[in-house]
Design a protein around this ligand. Structure first.
Ligand code: SF4
Length: 73
């Protein structure tokens, strides 16, 4: 499944990291969300990630907990 990270909206609250630490981390470069297996470029505004269907429920939970709707499936 394709997931879009609207990084320009991210406030670095880590709610998604708590919900799915196997999928997301916070970039040390710019303090915004990025995938654990393919870090984004610093200040990259939008990041599209291909995530295995086995993680669908984790993605859904991440979408729900993000307070600024920065994760879109
Ligand atoms: S929950 Fe949303 S705002 Fe918070 S770190 Fe994750 S993507 Fe960023």
């Amino acid at each position: 499944m394709k997931v879009k990270l609207l990084r320009y909206k991210c406030i670095g609250c880590r709610f998604c990291v708590s919900a799915a630490p196997e999928l997301w981390q916070i970039s040390r470069a710019d303090g915004k969300v990025e995938p654990t297996d393919s870090p984004c470029e610093p200040d990259q505004n939008i990041c599209t990630v291909d995530i295995d269907e086995v993680y669908t429920s984790h993605v859904n939970e991440s979408v729900e907990v993000c307070p600024v709707s920065a994760i879109r499936d």
